[in-house]
Design a protein around this ligand. Structure first.
Ligand SMILES: Cc1ncc(COP(=O)(O)O)c(C=O)c1O
Length: 385
């Protein structure tokens, strides 16, 4: 038989699947998986059920390829109300099958094999897979532990005349870093200097803690024209399985994204778009309760880990906590397996989110998007000798 796509040789089963299998085998509490083990708001589920059963014409047939206009309009109005960003719902907003599909389409809309792409490590794993599939080249810049922030001189060195695009993820998975205005200004200045596009993954945009503010890079001077901002309702509403994501970008970039989307998935689950349009319409009312829920869960896990003898890093955003591995000579993978087998707690070893630095081998990632019962069970398991 003839060979398959060469790039596949470097693709492995994702670490999330591997850890989840081990967790099931060992009957361990799973704080690895990066999604809630409980449902989002009931009112939104009810709206969704109603939409499937409604008499809206063709509601159970293909949705328009760029997305239902009601949903695109509310995405545009939220961008205006939350961040002062002005986008035209018709020509600058597109609905995708989760942020994952938007990220895939962004890579294929922008990249040619001769291009270089800058990525901060640790990175969300789909960025690298997408770069590889387009045959572009990855340039990695490390967010250094324990602060998980970049060094400007290292970022400057990564740019060249071949740099086409940069991935930004803020709030950042897995470190919980939220880039501040000064950092974003530094990134923006380099992108403008070298004429580079930014694909800004903001799926945790509404999950920041205390006084920490999420700033979309597109809101900085001269950045709107070169930025594709990607987000998703999955994280904000706790229904990751519904896969409603979107990208907002200037007209020419949006057109390019839609050209890829039409030959990829073409359109997104139609009735769920109706429900999400209403969900996003109620965002301002809903967010305080959402933030409070996750803030309490963060505090519960951080305190519990400290009581169990760990020294976790409190995140500025996201529902992840990185925790240094106690001084026991184990790397992240060995330690994760040890925790699954000996303490019945599953976490994620972050070294697979790195290409250059060894920092990932010194940490494990906990996810606190779990019921208090599950978080307490994990903490009690970790406390047992
Ligand atoms: C940083 C980041 N980007 C994108 C995604 C995927 O989002 P979606 O479920 O909307 O495809 C995730 C999911 O964990 C994520 O953590």
């Amino acid at each position: 038989m003839k060979s398959l796509n060469n790039e596949l040789k470097t693709f492995k089963e994702s670490i999330f699947a591997t850890i989840s299998h081990k967790a099931v085998e060992a009957n361990a509490v799973n704080l690895g998986q990066g999604f809630p083990n409980f449902d989002g708001p009931n009112w939104l589920k009810d709206l969704c059920a109603k939409a499937f059963d409604s008499d809206i014409p063709n509601i159970n047939q293909y949705a328009p390829s760029p997305g239902r206009i009601e949903l695109r309009e509310v995405i545009a109005s939220n961008a205006r109300d939350f961040y002062g960003l002005s986008y035209d719902a018709n020509s600058e907003v597109t609905v995708f099958n989760g942020a994952t599909e938007a990220l895939f389409c962004a890579a294929f809309a922008l990249l040619n094999p001769e291009d270089e792409v800058i990525v901060f490590e640790p990175f969300y794993d789909s960025y690298l897979a997408n770069i590889k599939l387009t045959k572009a080249t990855t340039k990695v810049v490390t967010l250094h532990a324990p602060s998980f922030r970049f060094k400007l001189e290292e970022l400057e060195r990564a740019f060249s005349k071949n740099t086409k695009m940069m991935y930004l993820n803020s709030p950042h998975n897995p470190s919980g870093t939220v880039f501040n205005r000064e950092e974003l200004e530094q990134i923006a200045a380099l992108c403008k200097k070298w004429d580079v596009y930014v694909v800004s993954d903001e799926v945790y945009e509404h999950l920041t803690f205390g006084e920490i503010e999420h700033i979309p890079i597109a809101s900085l001077e001269g950045m709107r024209e070169r930025t594709i901002t990607i987000s998703s309702a999955g994280k904000t509403f706790g229904y990751t399985g519904w896969k409603i994501g979107w990208a907002i970008a200037p007209k020419e970039l949006t057109h390019a994204l839609r050209m890829i989307h039409q030959f990829n998935t073409f359109s997104v689950c139609h009735p769920i778009q109706i429900a999400m349009a209403e969900g996003l319409n109620r965002l301002s009312e809903y967010l305080p309760e959402f933030k409070e829920l996750y803030s309490k869960k963060k505090d519960l896990l951080i305190k519990g880990l400290k009581d169990a003898g760990f020294d976790p890093i409190s995140p500025e955003g996201t529902y992840f906590v990185l925790c240094p591995i106690p001084d026991n000579g184990m790397n992240d993978i060995a330690y994760c397996l040890h925790l699954i087998e000996k303490h019945k707690v599953a976490t994620i070893p972050p070294s697979s989110f790195y290409l250059n630095s060894d920092d990932g081998k010194k940490y494990i990632r906990f996810c606190f998007a779990k019921t208090d019962e599950v978080l307490n069970e994990a903490i009690s398991n970790l406390k047992k000798k």
